[in-house]
Design a protein around this ligand. Structure first.
Ligand code: ADE
Length: 237
């Protein structure tokens, strides 16, 4: 079945953007997934087509109106079972396991916020799941939605050449990727680590595991701390 991404945005012309090229673009052209970018402004009701207003209680910026966004969501006719994601820096951080769940399902409805935020009542009334792609603030949810879609699409059957390359990499085991090398044999005086050209597959596997663990411990102590699976080929402790 075709995986379906529906995006509600004030800037539908931003799509497909980067999702139209490379792996995701080829999969889009071949019908593995579908994309619909819908303009929230099409649900505006007044003659100025306004979608936002000043925050109740005062403060800077503008807030996306609950009634307009609710109408835009309802107009998609998305089934209640479809995940409804509101891209927002205050959302739950996106993880590879959530990406895997979303990629396994029928698709997602993604709502891209702009301005200072979205009226809280539509978040509750339409049961929106707030999702963040990291602890930094983008100028809108569109690039976050693209990141989420890209992460899902590459996991869809038929998108990646070797399916195992989707599971063996960073985060599936809560380990960062080991370093990779290819030709030339020597680059600016730096040779490829000798083990990798030794032909000894067991030593290569052990070396990669050790490198991945050292990187994870150094760069991502948070990942290292919650790592679930013990190494397969060695005894831990
Ligand atoms: N919109 C603005 N910043 C964002 C972020 N970090 N994640 C998701 N959506 C956003």
């Amino acid at each position: 079945m075709t995986w379906r991404a529906t995006v509600l945005t004030l800037f539908p012309e931003m799509f497909p953007g980067p999702l139209g090229v490379s792996l995701a673009g080829k999969a889009l052209a071949s019908g593995i997934w579908e994309l619909e970018a819908r303009d929230i402004r099409a649900s505006a009701t007044d003659k100025h087509r306004s979608v936002d207003d000043t925050p109740a209680g005062g403060g800077p910026g503008m807030v996306l109106r609950a009634d307009i966004l609710a109408a835009a969501i309802d107009a998609t006719n998305a089934p209640a079972s479809l995940p409804r994601l509101l891209m927002s820096p205050r959302g739950r951080p996106l993880t590879q396991s959530r990406v895997r769940e979303l990629a396994t399902g029928p698709g997602a409805l993604m709502i891209c916020g702009r301005f200072e935020g979205v009226d809280q009542r539509v978040i509750e009334a339409r049961r929106l799941e707030e999702v963040s792609i990291g602890d930094y603030v983008l100028s809108g949810g569109e690039i976050a939605a693209m990141a989420l879609i890209d992460a899902c699409v590459r996991l869809l059957p038929g998108v990646m050449g070797r399916p195992e390359s989707g599971t063996e990499e960073s985060f599936s085991e809560a380990l960062l990727e080991y370093p990779q090398y290819t030709r030339p044999q020597t680059f600016e005086g730096r040779p490829i680590p000798e083990i990798l050209t030794s032909g000894d597959h067991a030593r290569v596997t052990a070396w990669r595991r050790a490198e991945a663990e050292a990187l994870t411990r150094d760069r991502r102590p948070d990942l290292w701390a919650v790592r679930q699976k013990p190494p397969k080929n060695t005894t831990e402790g």
